[in-house]
Design a protein around this ligand. Structure first.
Ligand code: GLU
Length: 301
């Protein structure tokens, strides 16, 4: 049994990311699971900076007292595993030549969270038509899902069902898509408990369905409400002192930040100094807040 935390190395972890990591740690450790770390560094545009940012993220997680089992898995080293998964999916995989704009124009109503179900334009093309379109633009790869309905179980949201559209497995620049990589790696790492931000809740039926197609089972999910700024927008670097390094600059030690996170989860009194281990005894997933955590960086200086 294994849980995981899977940051994207795009910028330093902010308070919301650190809080989700703490919940992932508490969920795994309180249920006797291993906990693994995965660096989701597939976006080639950022590859040069990503390694440094990822190392900083790993150091920040350690600084607030979170430990992981084994070495982090870097998605940039996993090309063979993604290729093997595509091979296994075989006839379910097809080439798609559509641009974003074509999909937007052909789409039925946009979905919740802005996701547009793929209208199926390239699903049934004959080989001559494929060759013609392939000469115009490099294809992305999609999976034929036949509008399957998949249901997952979320620790807080309960049963969540979704219609699986023909989502992208490989982008048209050749980079494996998030939804493919995440499922292949969760299977490879033996993950049966996925803890992450609740912006990804709507992706989970799709991912659970793909896991079954790849011969796996469906993990359990626990989607944590995001951290937001006082205006209600998702917390970000521009909001001010939100990373561990920023906070250190205004006098917050790493253990004090852990205390702040624990307080936001209803697990500690303000100012209490703790370790993650001490929080374990108090941890009960049933009582975690179900609404976004409002962070006002102006109050932290
Ligand atoms: N890498 C994603 C992020 O940092 C998380 C993906 C996941 O946990 O499935 O938002």
């Amino acid at each position: 049994m294994t849980g995981r935390f899977a940051p994207s190395p795009t910028s330093a972890l902010h308070l919301g990311n650190l809080r989700t990591a703490l919940v992932a740690w508490l969920m795994a450790r309180s249920s006797g699971r291993r906990l693994v770390l995965r660096i989701e560094d597939l976006d080639t545009q950022r590859v040069a900076a990503a390694a440094g940012i990822a190392r900083r993220q790993v150091a920040d997680l350690a600084a607030i007292g979170l430990d992981f089992d084994g070495e982090p898995l870097w998605q940039s080293t996993r090309a063979d595993a993604y290729a093997a998964a595509l091979f296994r999916l075989g006839p379910l995989v097809y080439e798609c030549y559509c641009t974003r704009r074509e999909i937007a124009e052909a789409a039925v109503a946009p979905h919740a969270a802005g996701h547009r179900p793929y209208p199926g334009t390239c699903r049934e093309l004959d080989e001559a038509e494929r060759a013609r379109r392939r000469a115009i633009r490099p294809p992305a790869l999609r999976v034929r899902a036949d509008a399957a309905v998949a249901t997952v179980h979320d620790e807080w949201a309960g049963a969540v069902s979704g219609v699986v559209d023909d989502f992208v497995l490989v982008r048209n620049d050749g980079v494996p898509a998030y939804n493919l990589a995440v499922v292949v790696d969760d299977l490879a790492q033996g993950v049966d408990q996925v803890v992450r931000g609740d912006d990804l809740l709507a992706s989970s039926p799709r991912q659970a369905w793909l896991s079954l197609q790849l011969g796996g089972t469906t993990p359990g999910y626990a989607h944590v409400p995001l951290a937001v700024n006082p205006a209600g927008a998702r917390l970000a670097k521009r909001d001010g002192a939100v990373s561990l390094a920023d906070l250190a600059g205004v006098g917050w030690s790493a253990p004090a930040v852990l205390g702040l996170l624990a307080t936001s989860l209803g697990l500690a009194a303000p100012g209490e100094l703790l370790t993650p281990g001490r929080l374990l005894a108090r941890f009960d997933p049933a009582v975690l807040p179900r609404t976004p955590w409002v962070v006002d960086p102006a109050q932290l200086v």
